[in-house]
Design a protein around this ligand. Structure first.
Ligand SMILES: *[C@@H]1O[C@H](CO)[C@@H](O)[C@H](O)[C@H]1NC(C)=O
Ligand SMILES: *[C@@H]1O[C@H](CO)[C@@H](O)[C@H](O)[C@H]1NC(C)=O
Ligand SMILES: *[C@@H]1O[C@H](CO)[C@@H](O)[C@H](O)[C@H]1NC(C)=O
Length: 281
C-alpha cells in the first residue's frame, strides 16, 4: 500500500523538476535550453543584422534624396488632375439673414483670402496675354514671373462694391479654385459650371465672365520658383429668391471644357465640388 502511494509522488517531483529545468537548469546553467554564451551570440547576431538593415535603409533614402532636384519633381510623366475647392471652406453653409454675426465669419474668410489678390499688390505682377499659356523658359532655378489676377475682376463678388459678398442680400458668392499642380497645362478652355440638384435651375452669375480659368495662369512652376504666383479664381453668385429660402440647396460645380477629369468615381473632389447652402430670413 505504502509503495503504491509513494510512486506517483516521486513521478510528480521528477516531472516538476524537468519542467523547471526547461526554463532554468541550475546544473548546466542553461536558460531555456541555452547557455548564457549561446544567448549572447544570438543577441549579437540580431544586433548586427538589424544594424545592417537600418544602415541599408538610410543609405537608400540618402542616395534617393541626392538625386532629387530642388525645383522640379523628378517623376511627372503623368501630371495629376487638380481638385476643385471652395472658399469659404465650408461644404454646409447656413445663412441666416437676420443674424449677421453668424454669416460674418464667411465674409471675413473671403476678405482675408482675397488679400493676396489686392489690386495694388497684383499690379506688380505681369499683364499676360489672355488665352495663352505663360510658358517661361530660362536657366534652371531662375525665378518665374506671375500673371496678375486682380480681385476687382470678380466684380460683384470681389467684396469691393459689396463688402458682404452678397451674404446680406441672401445671394451669396462662393469662390472656386483648382489645387496647384506643377506643370499642369489644361487643354481646351476650362470653365466652371455649377448646377443645383433639383428640378428647377438656380440662376447663377459667374465672375470672370463665363467662369473661365484663363490659360495664362498655367503652368505653375512651384512654390520656390514661382513665389508671386496666385491661382486664378472663379466666383459664383447664387441668385436666390425668397422661394428658395428655408430649403437646403445642393450645388455641384465642375470644371468643364477641358481635359481635366471631373467624374472620378473614387475621388469626388477631382475637378468638382459639391456643397450645400440654406438661406433663411
Ligand atoms: C435666424 O435668426 C433669427 C433671429 O435671431 C432666429 O429667430 C431664427 O430662429 C434663426 N433661424 C434659424 C433657422 O436658425
Ligand atoms: C490693398 O493694398 C493697399 C496697400 O498695399 C491698401 O492701401 C489697400 O487698402 C488694400 N486694398 C484692399 C481692398 O484691401
Ligand atoms: C452645365 O451642366 C449642366 C448639367 O450637366 C448642363 O446641362 C449644361 O449644359 C452645362 N452648361 C454649360 C454652359 O456647359
Amino acid at each position: 500500500m505504502a509503495s503504491n502511494e509513494d510512486k506517483p509522488a516521486v513521478k510528480e517531483e521528477e516531472n516538476a523538476g524537468s519542467w523547471k529545468d526547461a526554463i532554468f537548469n541550475p546544473r548546466t546553467g542553461e536558460f531555456c535550453g541555452r547557455t548564457a554564451k549561446s544567448w549572447g551570440l544570438i543577441l549579437l547576431f540580431y544586433l548586427v543584422f538589424y544594424a545592417f538593415l537600418a544602415g541599408m535603409f538610410v543609405l537608400t533614402i540618402w542616395v534617393m534624396l541626392m538625386t532629387l532636384d530642388d525645383y522640379v519633381p523628378r517623376y511627372r510623366d503623368r501630371v495629376p488632375h487638380p481638385g476643385l475647392v471652395i472658399r469659404p471652406k465650408e461644404l454646409d453653409m447656413l445663412i441666416n439673414r437676420s443674424q449677421p454675426v453668424q454669416y460674418t465669419r464667411y465674409v471675413q474668410t473671403l476678405e482675408s483670402f482675397l488679400q493676396q489678390y489686392n489690386d495694388t499688390e497684383q499690379e506688380r505682377n505681369e499683364v499676360c496675354t489672355a488665352g495663352d499659356y505663360f510658358d517661361q523658359e530660362g536657366e534652371v532655378g531662375e525665378p518665374k514671373k506671375a500673371c496678375q489676377f486682380k480681385r476687382s475682376s470678380l466684380s460683384r463678388c470681389s467684396g469691393l462694391s459689396d463688402s458682404t459678398f452678397g451674404f446680406a442680400e441672401g445671394r451669396p458668392c462662393v469662390l472656386l479654385k483648382m489645387n496647384r499642380i506643377i506643370g499642369l497645362k489644361p487643354r481646351g478652355e476650362p470653365y466652371v459650371n455649377c448646377t443645383a440638384k433639383r428640378d428647377t435651375p438656380v440662376q447663377m452669375q459667374y465672375f470672370p465672365s463665363e467662369g473661365r480659368f484663363d490659360k495664362m495662369y498655367f503652368p505653375y512652376y512651384g512654390n520656390k520658383l514661382h513665389e508671386r504666383y496666385v491661382q486664378p479664381l472663379v466666383a459664383v453668385k447664387l441668385l436666390l429668391n425668397k422661394e428658395d429660402y428655408n430649403t437646403e440647396l445642393t450645388i455641384e460645380c465642375r470644371i468643364e471644357g477641358s481635359d481635366l477629369r471631373n467624374n472620378d468615381d473614387r475621388d469626388k473632389f477631382l475637378g468638382r465640388v459639391t456643397f450645400r447652402v440654406t438661406v433663411v430670413e
